[in-house]
Design a binder for this molecule. Structure first.
Ligand code: GLN
Length: 313
């Protein structure tokens, strides 16, 4: 399959932007002090098809930190390096139904794992990144996410330092996991690399390319580079579908019918398997940490472009 006619995609993307730009519901994240400075009016949308066509509207070139939208890409790289059986055993792949920073998610899981889309499982995922030392591990992550984006990504040092200074909860989660043998390197080192990965600067257009790479079986449709193998890509979409929108993952799948991942920077990626990637940016978040305008625009586009993977026609 492929996306509908380019003229229709362009028209509906513009329409989604016009329709939801006036929405003022939600609030910018402020538990990471530097994120509280985000401009609540920013709103960008972008689509990249699996054949490399690009569409964008609004603030699609405005840089912001990727935050939890990094999680599926790091998981994909680690699954690609270790194999899907190994990562399932070590990280867990079930939805917790709990907020992204939950500690209970670990305690309630019989294997004391979480899943790679919430902080506990994401820090555990980062602890499996190959590399001789922290610098090599960080470079593996930065270079890997850059291949998904098709350009060299760099960190927002201010956001990184801000989160590092207030990172007690993630450090606590990492130490708890270490106590259960569920962190596979030094817990504070893993948390630091994870915090760096969350601080990478991207644009909505970058996220659409990254998302399209997951839609294209691991091949970047702009650079044509194979970033991960098709099996790791398929497994990543499965964990995205079940847990990418945290405790709203069920509602999201019910309304939108596509695997997606949000971040508290305001970004969301939505993967349209075999067809392309959709991305949105708007920093006003709901109480689960998902972008409000992004959620509305994605639901609108999934419906009007007929993208729901559960639809028979
Ligand atoms: N860096 C953030 C954290 O660990 C990411 C959370 C998110 O985007 N949901 O708290």
């Amino acid at each position: 399959g492929s996306l509908p006619d380019p003229g229709l995609v362009r028209r509906l993307l513009d329409e989604a932007h016009r329709r939801f730009a006036p929405v003022q519901d939600g609030a910018v994240a402020n538990y990471i002090p530097a994120l509280a400075a985000a401009d609540p009016d920013r709103f960008g949308l972008a689509i990249v098809s699996a054949t490399g066509e690009r569409y964008a509207v609004g603030d699609a070139r405005h840089p912001f930190t990727i935050q939890s939208v990094s999680k599926p890409f790091v998981f994909a790289l680690v699954a690609n390096a270790l194999g899907h059986e190994e990562v399932k055993q070590l990280l867990g792949v079930n939805n917790s139904g709990l907020p992204f920073d939950s500690v209970i998610a670990v305690e309630l899981n019989p294997g004391r794992t979480a899943n790679p889309m919430v902080n506990a499982g994401a820090i555990a995922t980062t602890s499996l990144v190959p590399g001789a030392d922290a610098a090599a591990k960080w470079e593996f992550v930065r270079a890997g996410l850059s291949r998904f984006a098709g350009r060299e990504l760099a960190m927002d040092d201010e956001v990184y330092e801000s989160e590092s200074r207030t990172n007690d909860r993630n450090e606590g989660i990492a130490r708890l996991l270490k106590g259960y043998g569920r962190i596979y390197s030094d817990p504070l080192e893993a948390t630091d690399v994870y915090t760096r990965q969350c601080s990478l600067l991207v644009t909505t257009e970058d996220l659409a390319v990254m998302s399209a790479t997951l839609a294209d079986g691991g091949v970047n449709p702009i650079t044509r580079e194979r970033v991960i193998d098709a099996d790791s890509c398929k497994r990543t979409l499965a964990v995205l579908a079940t847990a990418g929108m945290y405790e709203r993952s069920g509602e999201w799948l019910y309304e939108v019918g596509l695997p997606a991942k949000s971040g508290v920077g305001g970004g969301i990626i939505t993967v349209i398997p075999g067809k392309g990637g959709l991305a949105s940016y708007s920093p006003l978040l709901d109480d689960a940490g998902n972008s409000v305008r992004g959620t509305l625009a994605t639901a609108f586009l999934s419906t009007t472009l007929g993208l729901n993977v559960f639809a028979s026609a």
